[in-house]
Design a protein around this ligand. Structure first.
Ligand SMILES: Nc1ncnc2c1ncn2[C@@H]1O[C@H](COP(=O)(O)OP(=O)(O)OP(=O)(O)O)[C@@H](O)[C@H]1O
Ligand SMILES: [Mg+2]
Length: 260
């Protein structure tokens, strides 16, 4: 959803540009053409859910957006700027992209609070006290402020994943990427993470979400992008995609996933 007018418009909105743009992006892994002529433009405040069968290129697409994976041709723009291939400029742009993975990736030997303050102190050069105050506010927001002094292993999977979200948010990213953030969670913990994500979406965060949670896709997505074989096959608002998919591949995918 687009941010409400009381909120400060993000730079993407202020300039009228889309926040993330992929133009004819191609990528190979050896002989495998894993991303094929991907064109995708994501508006500021938009929530895009990426669906598709295993191996269709969803994770790779996410990873190219912050250059965890390089691309062979095409362009990726973040807030109007081309993503540089390497160096300091890349580090700066990359820190504008928050990423949450299936595995929680927290630093095991740091406390929850330290996990969240590390980036702001090291990369954003925030003073420790400032970073701690905003980290506590974020931990409050995701419902784990009372766990701040614990180590990741002392938390449930759902709590760890909410810390991972808080850690990404602490860098004040312009866009958040989620790659199957609930797939490794026990069923009873899935909703607590999806609820945090839904709130973020309502608050106007620009989000790209790979998920198998169709309920979340229906509720929170502005747009569903369906991939197969490294291509975007179809895209539509969720109500349209789930009731009136146009391509056989999307219909086939939905018939398999919705019968579970
Ligand atoms: N580092 C890599 N080297 C070689 N091939 C890779 C690499 N990463 C991914 N692939 C291949 O690229 C294709 C797309 O992988 P990707 O992980 O993007 O798919 P996905 O849609 O996220 O699948 P899943 O739903 O299983 O997570 C797959 O065939 C995969 O085996
Ligand atoms: Mg994947």
């Amino acid at each position: 959803m687009t941010a409400t007018s009381e909120q400060t418009p993000s730079p993407g909105e202020a300039t009228g540009q889309p926040l993330v743009v992929l133009e004819r992006v191609n990528k190979h892994f050896g002989d495998l053409h894993v991303l094929q002529d991907i064109d995708l433009s994501i508006a500021s405040g938009e929530v895009v859910v990426i669906l598709g069968p295993s191996g269709s290129g969803k994770s790779t697409l996410c990873r190219t957006i912050n250059r965890l994976e390089g691309i062979d041709s095409g362009r990726i723009l973040l807030d109007g700027q081309a993503l540089p291939a390497e160096g300091r400029a890349l580090a700066r742009l990359r820190s504008d992209v928050g990423m949450v993975f299936q595995s929680f990736n927290l630093f095991a030997h740091k406390t929850v609070l330290e996990n969240v303050t590390l980036g702001p102190i090291k990369v954003r050069k925030q003073a420790a006290k400032v970073a701690q105050d905003s980290a506590m506010a974020l931990l409050e927001r995701v419902g784990v402020a009372n766990q701040a002094g614990k180590y990741p292993a002392q938390l449930s999977g759902g709590q760890q994943q909410r810390v991972a979200i808080a850690r990404a948010l602490a860098m004040q990213p312009k866009v958040m990427l989620f790659d199957e953030p609930t797939s490794a969670l026990d069923p009873e913990m899935i909703n607590e993470v999806l609820d945090v994500m839904s709130t973020l979406a309502k608050d106007g965060m620009t989000m790209v979400v790979v998920t198998h949670e169709m309920g979340f896709a229906r509720r929170a997505a502005d747009r569903v992008v369906f991939m197969d074989g490294g291509r975007i096959i179809e895209q539509a608002p969720p109500e349209k995609f789930f009731t009136d998919a146009q391509t056989d591949r999307a219909k086939d995918f939905l018939s398999k996933i919705l019968t579970h």
